[in-house]
Write a protein that binds this ligand. Structure first.
Ligand code: ZN
Length: 251
């Protein structure tokens, strides 16, 4: 009832009607993305993610909270996407969607400064995102959890992909080492997390590296790396595009 009243109220206000008319042909800035790296396989009732371009106000909010500890990137996705709860997103899909939000809001070209690690020259780098980011989709028959073999111990482990809300557990080498057991669903058929956690602490370095590769650095998703070449000193290095606040503002 109250909904009905509000709609009626709006249409009888000439100012609202004029605003409606001004923006009536302007709702095309949203797209629906279906081709996620995960293909949406692991989301309930997946029908794509709808993305809206950032508004000027969004950009200002991002810049204002740049130096705080708030996860700006997650908040931004919450605001500009619909279809899958941001917490539930696989990390591979999250990065891909961030790229899409940026592309929709500012276009495909991304200009940023890199300070050369060797001669400290500030180099302006310009990338065409869609050209530089190779997306690798998961194969159709990939299941979650999936089984991998630990090369040294010679047993099977079932592992799963991290969700966006779990990235906090994998933010640096130490936390990865401490928390990777959370992503091992079973080890040699045993599902007890305490057993798994204790067993992982005794793993051979090759087995641990295999686990980290599968869980944290899987080949699926977009690859945000590019080759940096310093025009001053010819220093060359592979760098990652930083997905921080600067990525979402035209500076
Ligand atoms: Zn240099």
């Amino acid at each position: 009832m109250s909904e009905n009243k509000r709609i009626l109220g709006q249409s009888s206000d000439p100012r609202e009607a004029a605003l409606e008319s001004l923006f009536s042909n302007y709702d095309s800035d949203s797209i629906t993305v279906i081709d996620l790296p995960s293909k949406g396989k692991f989301y309930k009732d997946f029908k794509g993610v709808e993305i809206e371009a950032l508004t000027y106000l969004d950009e200002q909010n991002i810049l204002a909270s740049k130096d705080s500890n708030i996860d700006i990137v997650a908040r931004l996705l919450e605001k500009s996407t619909k279809g899958v709860p941001v917490d539930e997103l696989l990390s591979m899909d999250k990065v891909f969607l961030l790229m899409k939000v940026r592309e929709l809001s500012y276009g495909d070209s991304y200009e940023f400064k890199v300070t050369c690690p060797k001669c400290t020259t500030d180099v302006t780098t310009d990338l065409i995102l869609s050209k530089h980011l190779n997306k690798t989709d998961i194969p159709d028959d990939l299941e979650e959890p999936r089984t991998i073999k630990l090369p040294k111990l010679g047993v099977d482990a079932e592992v799963r992909f991290p969700r966006s809300r779990e990235e906090i557990f994998l933010k640096d080498t130490e936390s990865i080492y401490r928390n990777i057991y959370k992503f091992v669903v079973s080890l040699n058929g045993t599902q007890d997390p305490i057993f798994i956690s204790k067993a992982l602490k005794r793993l051979h370095i090759m087995d641990m590296k295999k686990l980290i590769t599968e869980v944290v650095n899987s080949d699926y998703g977009v690859d945000p790396r590019f080759i940096f070449e310093c025009p001053e000193c010819s220093f060359t290095e592979t760098l990652s595009i930083p997905l921080d606040a600067n990525f979402f503002s035209v500076s």
